[in-house]
Design a protein around this ligand. Structure first.
Ligand SMILES: [Zn+2]
Ligand SMILES: [Zn+2]
Length: 396
């Protein structure tokens, strides 16, 4: 058996890992590099996945973010691909608007529910649902020949559902030999980490202070949308566009019965018939960087509405400054002087140390999805941290 980090050993994004046993190969994620990364345009060449003999291979997606799924188009036809059921439905919604040629490939993805057992030859993969800024995201326990590997994907404990993380791991991730763990935040130590509940409270305060509230956040960060959706004085409308409404309906359909947090029944897709009510009663509106949103922003950032309007920027600061900065986004936001209200989708340093203690891997931890793999050694001084290079094989 072996573990191989194909990509992502020293970068956030572009992730792809492999756990193999005999002829069978389980791959986890194949993502795009983050904007600004040196290798951003190089197509990945991964033996057993994009090239060579792929008949005993399977690919599992932890979640639908581009840095985990963005290079799916490179995967050889015929490889079995798996992801969460709701995540797949959301991915299909995305593709219908942005990437229609990928629709047949996305449609062929097989789905799982939390704690299903999926067999790939002699390898068994068990998905464990976790909290992240993507909905329906998973860790995986991969086991074969008595060895057990936990791949964390992207996770956090400060989201609405994050407090159950360690309890779940103690229950379902026992006897783990190796952990492959994300370390995004280890190179972003200054980033403020607010609980999603705290953020929701602040969102409620802002909706009391202002009447016309615009929110710019990811259309697939469902927990963040829920934070703003829930923060409503009675009668205040919640407006989005057709695509966002489809995403919210997809989530509501499957999850509203289990949690009121995901019941978005009063979210309205904008139509001119709403204009009068919007002006009179006020609203919260999801916006994106497009002309449709600009039209609404321009109206409400002009007189006489201006003093009652606010734009909240609820995404990573890195899109506004530094190497991943997005010029068009910065220009788009400028006239409206947005207020930032955001929290990370990733595990804090404390989370990672706690995960190590909870899982207590017999052999050690392999960093992935990080620009600072050495920091794991400082963080967990008495742990065994195994630093691999991209493409290096660790026999287990
Ligand atoms: Zn992610
Ligand atoms: Zn990621």
């Amino acid at each position: 058996m072996y573990i191989k980090i194909h990509r992502g050993a020293r970068q956030i994004g572009g992730c792809s890992a492999e756990i193999a046993c005999g002829a069978n190969r389980v791959f986890i994620d194949i993502g795009s590099d983050l904007p600004g990364a040196e290798t951003a345009d190089e197509p990945p060449r991964i033996e057993g996945l994009t090239t060579g003999d792929t008949k005993n291979s399977a690919l599992f997606f932890t979640h639908y973010h581009g840095d985990h799924i963005g290079r799916f188009g490179e995967v050889a036809e015929g490889v079995d691909v798996y992801m969460g059921r709701t995540a797949k439905a959301m991915l299909l919604n995305i593709a219908r608007y942005t990437d229609r040629e990928m629709l047949p490939r996305y449609a062929a993805i097989k789905t799982f529910e939390a704690r299903d057992k999926i067999h790939v030859g002699g390898i068994v993969v068990t998905p464990l649902m976790i909290d992240h800024s993507a909905f329906d995201a998973y860790m995986f326990v991969v086991e074969a020949r008595g060895k057990r590997v936990l791949h964390t994907g992207d996770f956090r404990t400060h989201g609405f559902r994050g407090d159950k993380t360690f309890e779940m791991l103690r229950r379902y991730a026992r006897d783990i030999d190796y952990v492959i763990c994300e370390g995004t935040m280890l190179s972003r130590p200054g980033e403020k980490v607010l609980g999603e509940n705290e953020l929701k409270k602040r969102a409620a305060e802002l909706t009391l202070e202002k009447k016309y509230i615009f929110v710019l956040c990811s259309s697939v960060n469902i927990d963040r949308i829920a934070a703003f959706y829930q923060a409503k004085p009675a009668g205040r409308l919640f407006i989005c566009d057709k695509y966002q409404k489809e995403q919210l309906e997809t989530v509501s359909l499957r999850h509203a019965a289990k949690s009121a947090l995901y019941d978005f029944r009063y979210a309205l897709s904008y139509g001119p018939n709403l204009d009068e009510r919007m002006e009179k009663d006020g609203f919260r509106m999801l916006v994106r960087r497009n002309e449709w949103s600009r039209r609404h922003l321009e109206k409400y950032f002009s007189e006489p509405y201006r003093k009652n309007s606010i734009l909240i920027y609820s995404m990573w600061r890195g899109y506004l400054e530094g190497s991943a900065a997005n010029r068009e986004l910065i220009e788009f936001l400028k006239p409206y002087d947005p207020e930032t209200l955001h929290t990370s989708g990733h595990a804090t340093a404390e989370d990672i140390a706690e995960l190590y203690r909870a899982v207590n891997p017999k052999e050690g931890l392999i960093p992935i999805h990080t620009e600072a793999p050495e920091e794991f050694k400082t963080l967990i001084p008495d742990g065994n941290i195994i630093l691999l290079r991209d493409g290096e094989t660790l026999a287990i």
